[in-house]
Design a protein around this ligand. Sequence first.
Ligand code: PLP
Length: 293
Amino acid sequence: MPALILIDRPAIGMTGEGAAFRSLPVGTPVITATDLGVTRGDGIFETVAIHDGFVHAGEAHLQRFARSARMLDLPEPDLDVYRAALEAGIRELGPVPDAFAKYVLTRGEEYSGTPGARGFIHLDVNPAWSRERSTGVSVVTLSRGYARDIAETAPWLLQGAKTVSYAVNRSVLREAARRGADDVLFTTTDGYLLEGPTSSVVLRFGDTFVTTPPESGILPGTAQIDMLNLLQAEGFATQIRDVKLGELPYADALWMTNSQRLAAPVHTLDGTAVKVDSELTARINDQLLRRTR
Ligand code: PLP
């Protein structure tokens, strides 16, 4: 059963009568036609995975939510309220083994004259994502149209914030489909790898595992860091560093990672087959599924 929680007081300092959030029948309209999140894409979100009632990397996601709010100069989200609302949503959802919650904070009403904010959480069972852990994905590289130093030179472009403006992140998937692929690996105009539209990238070179850094304007992924930490605990070398496009042909394997799909092995890159280590992939995903933070 899906669930919906409306957060009446999503930001620190918001006052009002009654509880800070409430459960509503799924499908209840919670956003008005003049909400800036809808009309301008001016808001932020997070998606967390829930396995057997447990939120994976829950605190890391909440902290990233607060980080996105700061980047957009939004009111500071009340993380205690979101934490409690999420727990209430999970109870509503019932005992499903594999689910997700998407929580949102928008800047609120455009014409209200007072700074506001609006929050809600939508929860449902996980769609087909988890299949990709074993089937793998085919990926194409596509330019994101800017250079590697974008976060430093033009921070107002908000690269690395998880905003609700994901139209580009969706359009690239349609472009990937036109090219016969499932997913996208963004590149910069000066030849570096970034991330996918909804995932991070982890590459293997020999016994060293590498992922790309948030300084290049990517979203700091929770699954990419947890995967690297698990590999490090197994004795592998790990690096968070810029990766040149020219290094791709030398990668022994690569994965697209996010909280829902976990580590999806890439079996085809720009039309060329890539070796998949199914045993390592299964082992890592098994451990990622047991994450407790
Ligand atoms: N990069 C982008 C642009 C994303 O949207 C996401 C997740 O949705 C990620 C990376 C991966 O983040 P996480 O591993 O925390 O799910």
